[in-house]
Design a binder for this molecule. Structure first.
Ligand SMILES: Nc1ncnc2c1ncn2[C@@H]1O[C@H](COP(=O)(O)OP(=O)(O)OP(=O)(O)O)[C@@H](O)[C@H]1O
Ligand SMILES: O=P(O)(O)OC[C@H]1O[C@H](OP(=O)(O)OP(=O)(O)O)[C@H](O)[C@@H]1O
Length: 233
């Protein structure tokens, strides 16, 4: 089936188009979807294709860059999507967010080279490198700390080492990337996990299949969360 045919089929039918983030979230999210009864034989973290028909339900998966997922959903190119809360906070997209999938847990933190004083002791403007300019600006503004933002797209930990910034705001999970660059986590801005997001019009037009997807995923999340808690105990 061509992409165009898939799209027009979904527009006419009640079939859902589901945008998934490629990268770190894809593996755990595919696992949850499978538990919920949504899967496609060719779709794995290794596949190069970007569109997959779901074999078990009338649904289509789109594989997109994490930062593009809210755009697909907000514009209705996808009815539903999965993306990190970090991206949602940064983009402020107008989408409905019904479910925390409790995977991809990390935090958005301020970090600096070991031994630097904390931001509230700084009187002049500090330079902060980040992939999250909006989150960063809001955070420092709320604290009354003047900042100059240096927008980067990755490898943020390099910035303080080469003198591009005084601090960084980036994702931290285990802390090993910070440690490898002699950086210390100064403050946690917020925590993040993967979220299910839904287009506001689809919520009305495709209410029934969305309700089924959300409830099945809710159950899968509870089971997986229970399994994680049991393995920690
Ligand atoms: N170290 C991490 N631990 C846990 N979750 C993470 C970690 N890094 C990123 N994430 C989560 O996974 C999402 C996707 O991250 P990933 O590194 O796969 O893509 P990316 O490089 O941020 O995306 P892009 O290609 O658009 O720049 C993030 O938005 C965040 O929610
Ligand atoms: O605390 P840790 O477990 O070390 O994880 C944190 C790292 O994970 C993410 O990097 P990613 O691999 O996505 O690279 P990029 O952001 O530079 O693209 C994040 O930007 C940190 O660099």
């Amino acid at each position: 089936m061509t992409v165009g045919a898939t799209k027009s089929r979904n527009k006419k039918s009640q079939g859902l188009t589901i945008a998934l983030s490629k990268g770190k979230l894809l593996g755990p999210v595919l696992h949850l979807l499978k538990q919920a009864g949504y899967h496609s034989p060719g779709l794995s973290t290794e596949s190069r294709k970007l569109v997959f028909a779901c074999s078990s339900n009338d649904a289509t998966f789109l594989i997109v860059r994490p930062t593009d997922v809210p755009t697909y959903v907000e514009h209705g190119a996808a009815d539903v999507g999965v993306v990190g809360k970090d991206v949602l906070l940064e983009q402020g997209s107008d989408v409905y967010e019904p479910l925390d999938l409790k995977v991809g847990a990390c935090r958005i933190s301020v970090a600096a080279l070991q031994g630097l004083p904390s931001p509230d002791r700084w009187s002049s403007k500090i330079r902060v490198a980040t992939k999250y300019p909006n989150v960063t600006e809001r955070y420092f503004n709320q604290r009354g700390v003047p900042v100059e933002i240096v927008k980067l797209y990755g490898s943020i930990e390099l910035a303080p080492i080469v003198g591009l910034a005084d601090r960084i705001v980036d994702l931290v999970e285990t802390g090993s990337t910070l440690k490898a660059h002699d950086l210390a986590e100064v403050e946690v801005i917020t925590h993040s996990t993967a979220r299910l997001i839904v287009n506001r019009a689809s919520l009305k037009l495709k209410h029934e299949p969305l309700k089924v997807l959300i409830e099945r995923l809710r159950t899968a999340v509870a089971v997986e969360d229970g399994n994680r808690a049991a393995s920690r105990a």
